[in-house]
Design a binder for this molecule. Structure first.
Ligand code: NAP
Length: 254
């Protein structure tokens, strides 16, 4: 039910963190994976890890803010394996921490372009090829920040809320042609991206205390979730957002 044998997957931002864990989990489930980020060397290291574990993978450099590089990513999957079934839009940025009132336009554009327009572009480029490949699914990595207001991560949260909406629209647009779209909304996960949060001992202790499972997440907590959403087990799930946060957002305020 969770087997991805024969499927080809692209995962953006998969040289480290959540994307790397998803790429490795999908390869373990039998998918052939395209590992991708701006730094080819770092992707190549993940490819070696996957091959050592018996999986199939290639590395392709791609800055998701550049449309031509996204096209190249899709082309590389097709040229290597002749098909494309799974697209995981995982890469995202947050160059600004503070109130929205002090935010420069450049930072706003960078967040929206990298976190929303890039996903819109990649899904539009990949969709027709995924249909030709016999079906598949889009997975967008959003955040619980898309469901909450924030005094310091306001526009990042706006971009992640847009990812929920993008997912719903993709589900409607591509469902009749055999493609599903789902969103994953992680809570605090221990990666470079969130280092400033989990390295702050007071904040970490607060999050751990406020989380029903009493810990922050590890990248590997997301790997199996993405495999599930891409697999036959999720054949009747589309347009949804799956929250993966140890329960922090269902707990009553302290
Ligand atoms: P991470 O460990 O910092 O990894 C980010 C990955 O994205 C790296 O592979 C990085 O590689 C790549 N990347 C960054 N900018 C890119 C760009 N413009 N084009 C292509 N690749 C790019 O981050 P993460 O925590 O795993 O985050 C992954 C996703 O989870 C993001 O969408 C983030 O918003 C979401 N998320 C994270 C958390 C958390 O607590 N960590 C919580 C909720 C949601 P290069 O530097 O080589 O490009």
């Amino acid at each position: 039910m969770f087997d991805l044998t024969g499927q080809v997957a692209i995962i953006t931002g998969s040289s480290r963190g959540i994307g790397r864990a998803i790429a490795k989990a999908m390869a373990k489930a039998g998918a052939r994976v395209v590992v991708s980020s701006r730094k080819l060397d770092a992707c190549q290291t993940v490819v070696e890890e996957i091959r050592k574990e018996g999986g199939e993978a290639i590395a392709v450099a791609c800055n998701v803010a550049e449309k031509a590089q996204l096209q190249n990513l899709v082309d590389a999957a097709l040229q290597t394996w002749g098909r494309l079934n799974i697209v995981v839009c995982n890469a995202a940025v947050n160059p600004y921490f503070g109130p929205m009132v002090g935010m420069k336009d450049e930072a706003y554009d960078k967040i929206m372009n990298s976190n929303v327009r890039s996903n819109f572009w990649l899904c539009n480029l990949a969709g027709p090829r995924m249909v030709e490949s016999g079906g598949g699914s889009f997975i967008i990595v959003s955040s619980i920040g898309g469901n909450q207001g924030s005094a310091t991560l306001g526009v990042y949260g706006m971009s992640k809320a847009a990812d929920y909406a993008l997912t719903r629209n993709l589900a409607i647009e591509w469902g009749p042609q055999g493609l599903r779209a789902n969103c994953i909304a992680p809570g605090l996960i221990k990666t470079d991206f969130s280092r400033a949060l989990w390295e702050n001992e007071k904040l970490l202790a607060n999050v751990e205390r406020g989380t029903p499972v009493r810990r922050i997440g590890q990248p590997e907590d997301l790997g199996g979730v993405a495999v599930f959403l891409a697999s036959k087990s999720a054949a009747y799930i589309t347009g949804q957002t799956l929250v993966v946060d140890g329960g922090i957002t269902v707990k009553e305020p302290a």
